[in-house]
Design a protein around this ligand. Sequence first.
Ligand code: S3P
Length: 438
Amino acid sequence: MPRIVTRARRLEGELRVPSDRSITVRAMLLAALAQGKSRIRRPLEAGDTLAAQGVLKRLGVAHSYDLAADELVVVGRGLHGLRPASASASSPVTISCGSSGATLRLMAGVLAGQSFASVLDGSAQLRARPMRRLTRPLRALGATLEDTSGHAPLYLQPTVLRGGKLTLPQASAQVVSALLLAGLYARDSVEVTVPCPVRDHTSLLLAAMGAEIHMEPHWHRVAPPEGELEPLDLRVPGDFSSAAFFLVAGTLLPGDLTLREVGLNPTRSGLLEALAAMGAPVAVIERDPSGPERVADLVPRRRPLSGVTIAGALSANMMDELPVLAVAATQAAGTTVVRDARELRVKESDRIRAMVRELSAMGAVIEERADGFVIEGPRPLKGATVHAHGDHRVAMALSVAALVADGPTTIRGAEAVGKTYPQFFDHLERVDGEAQDK
Ligand code: S3P
């Protein structure tokens, strides 16, 4: 469905962006493996987490949502209590993970070491995403599984995993998480080394559940648990990656915008560093931490921006925020260079190509590179008809561009926001200062 977004004069008010997608999905999947009832307060309810709930149901895991308390209760079945998604252990029914890459990859780790066979699949969009990065290291741990020419569906056979030490070529949090989850079922420890630090929510949650986890920025290790995992009791913070759209919007437009209770895990909050380097530091007001995660209110301020270079570990840290960083860069004086961001090409869309094409249509000067893009600014943007490419982050980044463009922008495929932020357009309207005056 297309959505029309027009220029905003100022942004006012407070928002609590939806809860963190990565933490909610992990908490739900891990809770299923605990012994006893887990309480997940303020869970995200969006396309990806509904997909994860569907998978749990398939595996015999009961859960219920208490609307008044905004709390999801998951009845854990213990490490060895999942039920095969079929009538007989030898003929598995395909488990659909919708479009949730995290659900599919993390569940592949869990299901690789079970005593029953499983088939994991997903939407056409998920089928297009690379899986060999996952199936190869799982096989190195002893898993018996097949992919489909490097993609889903994945066919997993019952196996006792060995464990081992793995070094990954990509900094993928989903792959690291899958291998750590497989490690819960291995005879020996699983150690994973990555080229750059990745989001560490899985290790933090596993540690909170009593698992023996060790981690350094580039390295995670899990030992086979001696007993069961303890249930979780956590409150999920706001999703930094969802807040990012309003952080950039608040940096480009005047007003007074506060984003409440945003998770500030250092493996993911590099956008704050980038905005500070561009000349627009965001004020951070610490809140009580939510379990193991740092939480803060964030107040962006409009400032003149200058170009910046994003590379190496900062690119990896900011991977989900780079589409909206590109929008900020169109309004920054000088050149912005983003490199070492090849992973952007294998997200829900090829985000390098998508952002270059759509921002160019709006008048930006942006050049595609194999591993990123180069933007010259500042350039006035003009409203245009643009496409979300089936990608929630592209849809939201283009909406932020539309807020500073001359004339209305029509965003085709805007419903993609439902994957992580179904209320995005309502929130956009709520903080539009002029709409509030009417
Ligand atoms: C995620 C990890 C990242 C990120 C994605 C969510 C996760 O993907 O881009 O939005 O929840 O672990 P990769 O693991 O592919 O790097």
